[in-house]
Design a protein around this ligand. Structure first.
Ligand SMILES: [Fe+2]
Length: 280
């Protein structure tokens, strides 16, 4: 393994247009600010991860805009994952990716340097919470076998459920039974870390021995001190990742913010849109 690999973790970019009244900040401007800061990072990153909610409405035009911005500024690979705000047809069309089935999950893997990066599509059309279908687990199993000797990063928009039983706030995570299946499948597979977003705050957990890193992202921040409602405040950050033979380090770079309130959502609304009744 090479001595040091540096990468940038972006998430929840929520690229959209000003006529979108569910866009609470100028996400294009924030992304450009972040890219300016990234230009100063040394050593230079070898790849970027954009772990979902790439766009705010999932339309092809927003994906095209994102692609244009990133291609103009970034000259190393960008690993894209899809989030609940994205749509698969919009992504494939806007990014110019030819597929037979526009509704197929965007699961993919690649090797950069000597890191095997596996990306899972946890988006579930029309729902906030994350799911991984049985066919996707079959795909993951095959992907994990492709480069058994290489250390692996998993990229997935929804972080796995951390607790020992299904949580009432399951809209925040991969559905609990599928989180458990993921845990079993990743066991002993040399996973350096899981990179996620979705909950819009910087957070590191160790989940069955695997670091799970969530970034605030580049749209808005969750006020984690409010548990009775979902309160969004002004705030953004990005992550600088370093992989060494000893493991993963993440440094979070928050942008200056007054943390002014942007919006609040009642938890009941989120719960109602969290999960299909027969998700398993
Ligand atoms: Fe998001």
């Amino acid at each position: 393994m090479r001595r040091e690999t540096t990468f940038i973790h972006l998430t929840d970019l929520h690229i959209g247009t000003p006529d979108d009244d569910h866009l609470y900040s100028d996400t294009t401007e924030t992304l450009l600010q972040v890219l300016d800061l990234v230009d100063t990072v040394t050593p230079k990153p070898q790849f970027f991860i954009a772990s979902g909610d790439l766009t705010n409405r999932g339309d092809a035009a927003s994906f095209r805009r994102l692609k244009e911005i990133l291609e103009a500024r970034i000259h190393v690979p960008v690993i894209y994952a899809l989030g609940n705000h994205d749509t698969r047809p919009g992504f494939y069309e806007g990014m110019g990716i030819a597929v037979e089935d526009q509704n197929a999950p965007y699961d993919h893997d690649t090797v950069i340097g000597d890191i095997h990066i596996i990306t899972l599509d946890s988006s579930t059309p029309g729902l906030i919470g994350g799911t991984i279908d049985p066919e996707q687990f079959d795909w993951l199993e095959a992907a994990l076998d492709r480069h058994p000797d290489l250390p692996k990063l998993i990229v997935v928009h929804h972080p796995p459920a951390l607790g020992e039983e299904a949580d009432v706030t399951h809209w925040r995570t991969i559905h609990f039974p599928q989180s458990e299946r993921l845990r079993d499948m990743l066991k002993g597979r040399n996973i350096i870390g899981i990179l996620s977003g979705h909950i819009h705050h910087d957070r590191v957990s160790v989940w069955h021995g695997i670091p799970v890193v969530v970034g605030t992202g580049q749209h808005a921040a969750t006020d984690i001190l409010r548990t009775d409602i979902l309160r969004m405040v002004r705030g953004a950050s990005f992550g600088i990742g370093t992989i060494r033979p000893s493991g993963l380090t993440m440094a979070f770079v928050p942008l200056p913010s007054d943390r002014a309130e942007l919006n609040t959502y009642p938890l009941e609304l989120l719960l109602a849109r969290a999960m299909p009744v027969a998700a398993e």
